[in-house]
Each structure stands twice: as structure tokens, then as C-alpha cells.
Design a protein around this ligand. Structure first.
Ligand code: NAD
Ligand code: MG
Length: 404
């Protein structure tokens, strides 16, 4: 029924949606059962002119079935074949088609009438569906940062060539994108990427030695998926975001500065060549960047709390601690080296986080594994998609031999 990795990127349709007076916005959501996916569906629920055509998910077929019954997509894709069969059986009473595997993900990313593909899948598994979607002329609402970190050198030029927008969903990048509205990107002096510092801000390495899964899963300000929550605690997430920003806004690493802003009120800032700084502020709610990406350049009403400066009291700022939080330092190093090094950084982190969540390794093994992988796996310049995926496998193999 489905192959794990379809060999070729299938271009199902390269035609753009033709304007025929239909004002509905048709979307596909990859990763619909996750944190960003479900919040995207919240945005869909509160807007009348948007329709979900396809949903993709990993294995949570119970939640996916609820979503199918509510949003009535034409087609869905489930990663595991067995689960896809179960789901197909459970929704026999509906007309929704069920696909599976990489082929399914690529197919739902290229459906002709879809205008925007929301990439809310976690991990570099998102690379091939994202490329397929761009080839088919779909705009990308991008949450899946791992894809841009590993394949930004392929995705950004391709999007430009296909005249496709890469609309950031990550809150910091959405903030930067909003600050750049009406501005000239050539006049950026630097990007000030804010970070909360996570639950272990101020910790020494000694204090981090005994960190357990449950501690690391408690983020002070945001409620997110498990992997990104661990990444936020190690500051690897901020490292991935630095590389993500480099690709989205075409700035050098020297011009991306991380600023710790523990209250998570300033979502990021841009400093221009004349010294002016623009910032986007708000309560921590991912529905704002999601909705902004879906309706850009339009702003829509969004419910929820508003920032109240009288109760906020103060905003504080710190320099990131790159000595105790080596994930951020290693990300800058990976980004500056380029080639397949960001892929090694990302793949090593994906595997290490999985091992940590499975209680196979200690918390501080995560940066050790990343560092060891970066100094062991062979360098490849300008890697193709195949070479990126090969680097991922080489990294996994190295970690398996050394840590399992
Ligand atoms: P999550 O773990 O909550 O959800 C991940 C989704 O991906 C789920 O629907 C899961 O079923 C799906 N998935 C996983 N493996 C899959 C596979 N092989 N095939 C198909 N689907 C698969 O993660 P999340 O927190 O929603 O994060 C998603 C992405 O968005 C990540 O790249 C993350 O870095 C980014 N992001 C998340 C947030 C947030 O607030 N959660 C903020 C900014 C960026
Ligand atoms: Mg973010």
C-alpha cells in the first residue's frame, strides 16, 4: 500500500489554482493531530471562508477520526499502513479517502485546488512533502523548522523560482515577518531573535545533570509538542530557529542575535540600518502566527487574552548562556559550516531527544551526542535531498553504534 520513502518526488500537478470567483481558501494540514495542527484547526473553525481539503498525521487515528468527522476533508494520510487500514475501516460511512506513508504525504501536499499547505509535522520527515508542495505551486505555512534547517538551500531558491510564499508560523519568525511588513529586507541591520530561556534558565551544567523527562517537558510559557518542548529546554530550539531565520530572511549568522526575554512577550525584533528597532508583542498564542500565515497580508479578528501593560509590570532581558546551553552554540557552528552540518546537528538532536524521552540517555547526553555527530559524520557541500537523507541515516547509525 505504501512505501516508506517514495524514490521520486512526484509532481502531481504544477498548475496553480485558477481564479474563478471562488473565495474559499483551501488548505492541507500535515501533522493535523499535533499541537500546531490542532491549533490550525481552531483557526479554521472560527473562520467561515477556509476549508480543509486534506489532513496528514502520524499514528493518532482516534484524534484524526474526530477531525475527519468535524472537518470532512476529501483525503487523509496516516504514516503507518496498519493504522491507515484501521482508520479506513472506522470511517467506512464517510467519503474520505485514506492514504499512507511518504507517498500519501506527498499526494496530499499536491492536490490541485489546495492553495496553502500547513507543514506542522515534526522533524525532517517534512522535507519531501514540502518540496512536492512547492513544486506543485502551493504556498507553505511553515511550522516544520527542521525542514528549513536541513534543506533551506533547496527550499528557498525553489520557492522563489515557483513564485511560492514561505509564510512563517514559528512565533519568532512570524514576528520578524510582521516587523518587515512594508520594509526593505536590504535595510535590516540585525535580527533580534527572542528566547524565553526555557525551564532551566540560569542552571549550571551541574544542576542539569539530574534533569528528568518530566522537568524538561514543563515549558514556562508555551504549551507545545514533546520534541519542541525538550528542544526549548536545551535551547536547541533557538539554535534551529537561528538557522531557520537565516533562510527565511537571508541574513548572515553574524547578524542574528539571540536575546533572552523570559516573559515571552516580545516575540522577536528587527533592527534596521538607521538603528530603529521594530518588535512584535503579544500574549503567547500560536493561533496568531498561524492565522497571520493563512490570511497574509490580511489581519483577522482573533479572540483570546490581550496584553495588559498595567499588569505586565516589567520586561527583562538577558544574554543567552552558550556555555551551559551548548545546543545554541553548536547550532551557530553548524549553520556557519553549512553543507550537511545543519542536517547532522538536527538529525543527532532528533535521535537524542527520542532517546532521552525513552529514558535511554541522560539529559546532558543530548548536546554531547550532537557534538560527537558533528565532528564524526563526513562533510558534504550543497547536499541534495538524497544526500540530506543519507546524512540523516549516517548520523542515526553513528548514534546507534555509540549510545544504544
Ligand atoms: P507535535 O508532536 O504536537 O505534532 C506533530 C504532528 O506531526 C502530529 O500530528 C504527528 O502525528 C505528525 N507526525 C509525526 N510524524 C509523522 C509522520 N511520519 N508522518 C505524518 N505525520 C507525522 O508537534 P508540534 O509541537 O505541533 O510541532 C510541529 C512542528 O512545528 C515542529 O517542527 C515544531 O518545531 C514546530 N513548531 C511548533 C510550535 C508549537 O507551539 N507547538 C511552535 C513553533 C514551531
Ligand atoms: Mg519558536
Amino acid at each position: 500500500m505504501c512505501k516508506e520513502r517514495a524514490q521520486e518526488i512526484v509532481i502531481i500537478s504544477t498548475r496553480r489554482k485558477v481564479s474563478n470567483g471562488d473565495t474559499m481558501k483551501y488548505i492541507t494540514i500535515l501533522g493535523s493531530t499535533g499541537s500546531i495542527g490542532t491549533q490550525t484547526l481552531d483557526v479554521v473553525r472560527s473562520n467561515k471562508d477556509i476549508k480543509v481539503i486534506a489532513l496528514g498525521a502520524g499514528s493518532n487515528i482516534e484524534r484524526l477520526e474526530q477531525q475527519i468527522r468535524e472537518f470532512k476533508p476529501e483525503v487523509v494520510s496516516v504514516w503507518e499502513e496498519e493504522k491507515a487500514k484501521q482508520l479506513a475501516n472506522n470511517i467506512k460511512d464517510l467519503n474520505t479517502k485514506v492514504l499512507c506513508g511518504m507517498e500519501g504525504l506527498m499526494e496530499i501536499s499536491t492536490i490541485e485546488k489546495v492553495e496553502i499547505v500547513v507543514t506542522a509535522i515534526v522533524g525532517m520527515i517534512g522535507i519531501r512533502p514540502t518540496i512536492s508542495a512547492i513544486l506543485a505551486g502551493k504556498h507553505i505555512a511553515l511550522a516544520n523548522k527542521e525542514t528549513l534547517v536541513t534543506a533551506g538551500h533547496i527550499i528557498m531558491p525553489l520557492a522563489k523560482e515557483k513564485n511560492v510564499k514561505i509564510l512563517p508560523v514559528d512565533s519568532e519568525h512570524s514576528a520578524i515577518f510582521q516587523c518587515l511588513n512594508g520594509e526593505n529586507e536590504k535595510e535590516i541591520d540585525k535580527i533580534l531573535l527572542t528566547a524565553s530561556g526555557g525551564p532551566f534558565r540560569g542552571f549550571t551544567r551541574e544542576q542539569m545533570k539530574n534533569v528528568q523527562v518530566e522537568h524538561a517537558l514543563k515549558h514556562p510559557n508555551w504549551s507545545m509538542g514533546r520534541k519542541i518542548t525538550i528542544d526549548s529546554s536545551t535551547m536547541v530550539n533557538k539554535g534551529l530557529e537561528v538557522i531557520e531565520a537565516k533562510w527565511l530572511f537571508d541574513v548572515d549568522f553574524d547578524n542574528i542575535e539571540v536575546v533572552v526575554q523570559p516573559q515571552s512577550v516580545i516575540h522577536s525584533m528587527v533592527q534596521f540600518i538607521d538603528g530603529a528597532i521594530m518588535a512584535q508583542l503579544g500574549t503567547p498564542d500560536m493561533k496568531l502566527p498561524i492565522q497571520y500565515a493563512l490570511y497574509y497580508p490580511e489581519r483577522r479578528v482573533l479572540g483570546g487574552d490581550r496584553l495588559d501593560f498595567s499588569t505586565l509590570g516589567q520586561l527583562t532581558f538577558e544574554k543567552p548562556d552558550m556555555e551551559n546551553f551548548r545546543g545554541l552554540k553548536l547550532a551557530y557552528e553548524a549553520g556557519r559550516k553549512g553543507g550537511n552540518v545543519p542536517t547532522i546537528f538536527n538529525a543527532a538532536n532528533e535521535k537524542a531527544v527520542q532517546l532521552f524521552l525513552d529514558r535511554q540517555i541522560a539529559y546532558l547526553d543530548i548536546p554531547d551526542i550532537i557534538e560527537a555527530s558533528m565532528s564524526t559524520i563526513a562533510f558534504r557541500n550543497n547536499p541534495s535531498v538524497e544526500e540530506i537523507l543519507l546524512t540523516e541515516q549516517e548520523t542515526y547509525q553513528f548514534i546507534k553504534e555509540r549510545w544504544n
